[in-house]
Every structure is written in structure tokens, then in C-alpha cells.
Design a protein. Structure first.
Length: 202
């Protein structure tokens, strides 16, 4: 059974949250196959947090506090020191009481993508959802095979950074070029009609 668009967006969001990158079609295909095989989003989160890429970013030898600080720095890049400190205390406490990194990941991305997140922490929710939007464009619209951290590296809570990132990928430029080509064709048609009218008069 094919996954829904909502589930696909959730998968992309998990990759953005876990690895701070766009998945690309190769990785997304693998995660989709996992879900189609019966895995839940919690299972996918566990797969991502057990991956070599994740442990390269967040080493297994890091303390709970060290993990929390780096994780929050990546998933909330516009947060101030006070918010990071508060979050470190919360996440470290959860980890030390038995909560897994996969559970922390899934809870975090679900909240940031939710209506409550948009109301409670609009800057941070906006930054996350904007990154997911560009990652979706890179993976779904452009059908790029390889994953990429670069494509979302400059995306923030500012909507203009989404447009800029798409411009870098070529999508918005392509649309502008198509519009320019249409305008040029219309102008050529008008000129040809004018020339024909002038010829008829003479």
C-alpha cells in the first residue's frame, strides 16, 4: 500500500530532525519501504538514531547533557542560550530516566510540525517546517537521488530563505525562465500580427 503525502512529509521531517539534511530519493525510498512493511514512525526514528550517520553527529560516548545540547543546537538553530539550557535539563532528565533518543527525536519533530508548535514557538517551528519544505522540494519535486545537508543549511524561520534555497536548486529560476519564454513568445506573436496587418494595408 502506498504511503500518504502526510506520512511522506513526516519521514522527511524525521530525517531533517535526525540528520539535519534532506533525504534525497534514495534514502526516502528506503524509509518508505520500511513503513510499507508495517513500521511505524517510531520504528523509523529508531532506525535513524541507530544509523552510522546519526552516531557520527551524536557519538554514543556523549553524556546525556552533551547529546541534548548538540541536538537542540541543530533542531533549534535560532534558540537563545536560555532556551537551550532549559531544553538540555529537560532532555537529559528524560534520557537519564530511560527515554530513548528515538523517542526524543519523534516527539521533537512532531511538536515542531504541529499547530501547537506553530503557536507556542513560532520561530523554531517555522525554521523546522521551512527546512522540511526545502527538503521536500529537493527530494520530491526535483527527484534528487542523493541526500544533502547543504540544501537546507541556510534555511531559517524567514520564508525568504526558502525561496533563496529553491533558487539555488534551480527550481524558482526555471519557473522564471519559463515565464520569460512565454512572454517572449507572446511578444513575437504580437509583432508578427502587426507586420501582417501592415503588409495587408500596403
Amino acid at each position: 500500500m502506498a504511503i500518504t503525502a502526510a506520512t511522506r512529509t513526516n519521514l522527511i521531517g524525521l530525517v531533517v530532525g535526525a540528520l539535519n539534511k534532506s533525504p534525497g530519493t534514495t534514502m526516502l525510498t528506503s524509509l518508505t519501504a520500511q513503513v510499507e512493511g508495517g513500521a511505524s514512525l517510531a520504528d523509523v526514528a529508531a532506525t535513524l538514531t541507530a544509523s552510522a550517520e546519526f552516531t557520527a553527529i551524536y557519538p554514543t560516548f556523549a553524556t546525556s547533557e552533551e547529546f541534548a545540547e548538540e541536538f537542540l543546537g541543530n533542531i533549534l538553530p535560532e534558540a537563545d542560550a536560555a532556551l537551550i539550557a532549559e531544553g538540555v535539563t529537560l532532555i537529559a532528565g528524560l534520557l537519564n530516566s530511560g527515554t530513548t533518543k528515538a523517542e526524543i527525536l519523534l516527539t521533537s519533530v512532531t511538536y515542531l510540525a504541529s499547530a501547537n508548535g506553530a503557536v507556542d514557538v513560532p520561530t523554531h517551528a517555522g525554521s523546522f517546517t521551512n527546512k522540511v519544505a526545502v527538503a521536500t522540494y529537493h527530494t520530491i519535486d526535483l527527484e534528487t537521488a542523493d541526500s544533502s545537508a547543504t540544501v537546507i543549511a541556510t534555511v531559517t524561520s524567514d520564508a525568504a530563505t526558502v525561496t533563496a534555497a529553491k533558487n539555488t536548486l534551480g527550481g524558482e529560476v526555471t519557473e522564471a525562465a519559463a515565464a520569460a519564454a512565454t512572454a517572449l513568445a507572446d511578444a513575437n506573436t504580437a509583432i508578427e500580427a502587426a507586420v501582417a496587418d501592415a503588409a495587408a494595408v500596403t
